[in-house]
Design a protein around this ligand. Structure first.
Ligand code: ATP
Ligand code: MG
Length: 352
C-alpha cells in the first residue's frame, strides 16, 4: 500500500515506540503477564530448568533464567523487535501453531514499558550477548560470557506508563498472580524444573521429570492425590489424559481446574461445559469437580489467535469437543463409582 501524506493531514502514522506501548497495553497487564510471556519463551526454547526471581511481587524486578536453546547475537537483536519471531513463517503456520508464542511481540512490548535486559547465548564457544533497553530505546549491545540459555531481567515495570503503574495491586496480590502462572506452566510441563524466588526466599521448587501425578503432589500435597483418579482417552481425533476428582469428592470452588490444550493453559467454555456435563448428577448445587486435563488435538482444529494474551482458544468443532468430553468423563465416573461400590481397585480407571 502506498501511503501519501500532505501537510494538512490530521492523520499520522504513530512512532514505533508509541505503537509498542499500545501493544504492550494488551500483552502486559501486570508483572504476572511478564512472567507468563517469559516462561512461554523458555518453554518454547526447550528449557528443562527455569528459575523465576522476583522482588516485591515483580513490581521492582522480574528475572527469568532458562537453560534452553539461547540465541545468537543477530537473533537476540531481532528478538526485541516487534513482529520478529522464529515460531511462524507464513500465513498457513498461523493456523497450525504448535508453540506457545507466535505473535513476535512479547519481548518488544515488555521492553517498551520497563528497564529490560536480555542475556543470551546459543553457543558457549562464541560467547553470549547482552542487550539493554529502557522504555523501548536500545541503550547497550555488548558481548558477554554467559552459559547456554537465556536470562531476561525486567526492572521498573510501567515506569513510563504511570496510569498502568497505578493499577498495580499489593505485593501479595501481584505475587499470587505470578505464582498462579508458574503453577499452570508447571502442571502443563511436568518435565521441567521450575523455581520461584521472591525477595531472596525460595517459594517454589518443583523438580521435573516425574510426570503429572508427582507434579500435582508437589503442589497440592500427598492427600490431594486421594481425591483424584487418572483418565486417558485415545481413540477419537481428540486425545486427552490427566486426573479428575472422584465422583464422591466434589469441591466447593473451581480452584483445582486446569485445562491444557496442546500444552497451553486455556480457558475454554466447550471443554468446561463438557466436563461439567460429564459429571452431571455427581455434582450437587455449588459443587465443582477438580480436573487437570491435557487435551491433544490437531493444531489445525483450533484457533489460538483470539486474543493477544493467548489464553483463549476456539475449536473448529466445539460441539464435538463438548460431546466427546461429556461422554468420556461420564463413563469414567460411572466406571469409577461402580469399581468403588464393588470394592475393587479404583486408581487404575482407564477409559477406552
Ligand atoms: N528464552 C528464550 N530462549 C530462546 N529464544 C528466545 C527466548 N525468548 C525469546 N526468544 C526468541 O525471540 C523471539 C521473540 O520472542 P517474543 O516472545 O517476542 O515472540 P514470540 O515468542 O515469537 O511470540 P509471542 O509474542 O506470541 O510471545 C522468539 O520467537 C524466539 O525465537
Ligand atoms: Mg514469546
Amino acid at each position: 500500500m502506498t501511503i501519501s501524506s500532505s501537510t494538512d493531514s490530521k492523520i499520522q502514522i504513530l512512532p514505533e515506540t508509541l505503537i509498542n506501548k499500545i501493544a504492550a497495553g494488551e500483552v502486559v497487564e501486570r508483572p504476572a503477564s511478564v512472567v507468563k510471556e517469559l516462561l512461554e519463551n523458555a518453554i518454547d526454547a526447550g528449557a528443562t530448568d527455569v528459575h523465576v526471581t522476583v522482588k516485591n511481587g515483580g513490581k521492582d524486578l522480574i528475572s527469568i533464567l532458562d537453560n534452553g536453546s539461547g540465541m545468537s547475537e543477530s537473533d537476540a537483536q531481532l528478538a526485541v523487535e516487534r513482529h520478529a519471531t522464529s515460531k511462524i513463517y507464513n500465513e498457513d503456520d498461523l493456523f497450525r501453531i504448535s508453540t506457545l508464542g507466535f505473535r513476535g511481540e512479547a519481548l518488544a512490548s515488555i521492553a517498551s514499558v520497563s528497564h529490560f535486559e536480555l542475556l543470551t547465548c546459543n553457543d558457549e564457544n562464541q560467547g553470549g550477548t547482552r542487550i539493554l533497553i529502557k522504555g523501548g530505546y536500545l541503550e547497550q549491545l555488548s558481548k558477554i560470557g554467559f552459559p547456554k540459555g537465556t536470562k531476561v531481567t525486567v526492572e521498573r515495570l510501567f515506569f513510563n506508563t504511570p496510569a498502568r503503574l497505578k493499577f498495580l495491586k499489593t505485593t501479595a496480590t501481584e505475587l499470587q498472580h505470578i505464582q498462579q502462572h508458574i503453577l499452570q506452566k508447571s502442571l502443563a510441563n511436568p518435565d521441567i524444573h521450575f523455581r520461584l524466588t521472591h525477595n531472596r526466599q525460595l517459594l517454589l521448587n518443583l523438580p521435573g521429570g516425574q510426570g503429572l501425578q508427582t507434579r500435582i503432589q508437589q503442589i497440592f500435597g500427598e492427600e490431594f492425590l486421594d481425591t483424584i483418579f487418572p483418565v486417558n482417552h485415545e481413540e477419537t481425533s481428540l486425545l486427552f489424559s490427566g486426573f479428575i476428582s472422584f465422583p464422591s469428592k466434589p469441591r466447593k470452588s473451581r480452584r483445582w481446574q486446569y485445562i491444557f490444550v496442546n500444552d497451553r493453559n486455556v480457558k475454554s467454555p466447550a471443554v468446561n461445559h463438557g466436563i461439567y456435563d460429564g459429571y452431571g448428577i455427581f455434582l450437587g448445587k455449588s459443587q465443582h469437580p477438580a480436573f487437570f486435563l491435557n487435551i491433544q488435538i490437531d493444531p489445525t482444529e483450533i484457533d489460538v489467535n483470539v486474543h493477544p494474551a493467548k489464553t483463549e482458544i476456539r475449536f473448529r468443532n466445539s460441539q464435538l469437543v463438548h460431546t466427546i468430553l461429556a461422554d468420556q468423563i461420564s463413563s469414567a465416573l460411572k466406571e469409577c463409582a461402580s469399581r468403588r461400590f464393588f470394592g475393587r481397585e479404583h486408581s487404575q480407571s482407564q477409559m477406552s
